[in-house]
Design a protein around this ligand. Structure first.
Ligand SMILES: Cc1cc2nc3c(=O)[nH]c(=O)nc-3n(C[C@H](O)[C@H](O)[C@H](O)COP(=O)(O)OP(=O)(O)OC[C@H]3O[C@@H](n4cnc5c(N)ncnc54)[C@H](O)[C@@H]3O)c2cc1C
Ligand SMILES: NC(=O)C1=CN([C@@H]2O[C@H](COP(=O)(O)OP(=O)(O)OC[C@H]3O[C@@H](n4cnc5c(N)ncnc54)[C@H](OP(=O)(O)O)[C@@H]3O)[C@@H](O)[C@H]2O)C=CC1
Ligand SMILES: O=C(O)C(=O)Cc1c[nH]c2ccccc12
Length: 429
């Protein structure tokens, strides 16, 4: 038994000359690669045992990118030519693996960051995991907008006799074959999971409690996202939204009759303002039209055998899938810093949310998918590289002078001299 008076062992300290990056998803890898290109070493700390863990561990088998690959490429190295326009999950993971290998990125796995705090007296960040404390002048937050599942509290949930799983744990409809399944949520996950369930002879009932924009993934032979990007170059946002909705009405018809009512705000304006992604339909809509996916109003309560709905209906279900989205986890570990909202998103909106104070940066919090990640990563690397060069030049010519005059400024520089740069690039071996 441990006693309260027992002294805690001080954590072993690792001095990192370049930035510490938290998270080895696409954003962390992109930031590290861009820094590497500038000759700046970095260390990535990842809680999981692999890169792109969201994609490897928390997504379903049938997942494909829903934007064309050219809009999902990370900086400096694109997708292989032979990949299809919409790469599969496995192809995306293989792209991430080659990306990391190409830029010699070797994250430190099983290093879940428990706290990070700026030590203003020393001028550096202290980043703690269960066994180590990392120290650096720069901290790059790359833990993502999807770090944790959102699990709503629905009345009666504890009573339900069947399984309740979030989409992060959903792999395939084969686990639900011939079942009646309640899918809570109608974002891209809810739609795609419902479609997958149909393909495994399950009967999905999808809860649509609110308004939702559904757009076809392609219109007139072009990707809808490509059309959006092209229109945005020429026209104001509101006009682009109106054109988009005209075209969507023409191609998929009025979704109102299906119980899918559109928000008053257009799809791209809504995405920019709230982060709510429009559904890019890959087949769910035709299953809704044919009645194979049943659209339900909001859930009033979960019962032992099923659910009661707002419109008074009651139905039995074998399983419940929560397609209720994700949230950031930054507030749980980043301490004493007002840069993030209580929801773990940067206070400053895009495109200026990538840089905070005291060497703090964020990559992948733009609500603009992998395009946003790429834009952040390039900016961060340019900014850090400028400081890196200044420090190096300064250090080379004035090292003795500085050592005597300003000890604080030298903390990082002494470490640069101490550590073997090649090892650092490779995640400290
Ligand atoms: C199902 C799905 C499909 C998507 N499809 C597309 C698409 O087609 N196109 C597009 O542009 N965008 C898409 N997105 C949005 C976005 O591009 C992806 O979520 C992308 O993975 C974001 O990359 P990221 O590195 O910012 O975050 P993540 O991929 O979530 O990576 C963050 C990493 O940080 C780690 N981490 C979290 N907390 C800690 C901690 N405390 N300590 C250490 N490590 C930590 C996590 O384990 C994870 O590995 C999709 C999102 C989802 C959920
Ligand atoms: N192929 C691809 O590339 C895919 C991409 N994605 C992306 O992943 C991200 C996350 O998507 P997703 O997982 O769908 O999450 P979203 O946040 O987009 O959607 C969550 C859904 O759950 C609903 N919801 C939340 N709580 C409740 C509740 N208590 N009762 C009823 N409904 C509830 C929301 O409704 P409300 O609007 O009323 O809050 C919304 O419909 C998005 O950016 C998406 O584009 C996801 C899947 C596939
Ligand atoms: O899939 C996502 O989460 C994305 O954020 C990709 C994305 C960025 N901007 C968009 C506009 C319309 C549809 C998807 C996206």
């Amino acid at each position: 038994m441990g006693s309260c008076t027992e002294k805690e062992e001080p954590a072993k300290r690792v001095r990192v000359p370049g930035p510490i990056i938290v998270g080895a998803g696409p954003s962390g890898l992109a930031a590290s690669a861009c820094l590497y290109e500038h000759g700046v070493p970095s260390v990535i700390l990842e809680r999981s045992n692999c890169i792109a863990s969201l994609w490897q561990h928390k997504t379903y088998d049938r997942l494909k990118l829903h934007l064309p690959k050219k809009y999902c490429a990370l900086p400096l190295l694109g997708f292989p030519e032979h990949f299809p326009m919409y790469p599969t999950r496995d192809q995306f993971i293989s792209y991430m693996e080659s990306y990391a290998a190409h830029f010699s990125i070797q994250p430190r796995f099983n290093q879940s960051v428990q706290s990070a705090e700026f030590d203003s007296s020393r001028g550096f960040w202290r980043v703690k995991t269960h066994d180590l404390e990392y120290i650096s002048r720069w901290l790059i937050v790359a833990t993502g907008e999807n770090a944790e599942p959102v699990i709503p509290e629905i009345v009666g949930m504890e009573r339900f006799r069947g399984p309740i799983v979030h989409t992060t744990a959903y792999k395939s409809g084969s686990d639900f074959a011939n079942q009646k399944v309640l899918v809570v949520g109608c974002g891209n996950s809810g739609m795609e999971v419902s479609l997958d369930l149909c393909r495994h002879s399950a009967v999905p009932h999808m809860v649509v409690r609110n308004t939702v924009h559904v757009l076809p993934r392609e219109m007139f032979g072009f990707s809808t996202f490509g059309i959006i990007m092209a229109l945005l170059r020429w026209f104001p946002l509101k006009l682009v939204d109106r054109l988009l909705l005209l075209a969507a009405n023409f191609t998929i018809g009025n979704t109102d009759q299906l119980g899918l009512h559109r928000p008053k705000t257009g799809p791209i304006e809504l995405k920019n303002v709230t982060g709510k992604t429009p559904v890019l339909d890959v087949g769910a809509l035709s299953q809704i039209k044919s009645g194979k996916i049943k659209v339900m109003e909001g859930v009033r309560e979960i019962t032992r055998n099923g659910a009661k709905f707002m419109d008074g209906q009651e139905k039995e279900f074998d399983s419940i899938i929560l397609a209720t989205g994700y949230k950031s986890n930054v507030p749980t570990w980043l301490k004493g810093c007002g840069f993030f909202t209580k929801d773990g998103m940067p206070q400053t909106p895009f495109p200026n949310g990538w840089k905070g104070e005291n060497g703090l940066y964020t990559v992948g919090f733009t609500r603009r998918g992998l395009l946003g990640t790429a834009s952040d990563a390039v900016r961060i690397a340019n900014d850090v590289a400028d400081q890196w060069r200044t420090i190096k030049d300064c250090c080379n010519s004035h090292i003795i002078l500085l050592k005597n005059r300003n000890k604080n400024k030298l903390v990082v520089e002494e470490e640069v001299d101490d550590l073997d740069q090649r090892n650092i690039n490779r995640g400290l071996g």
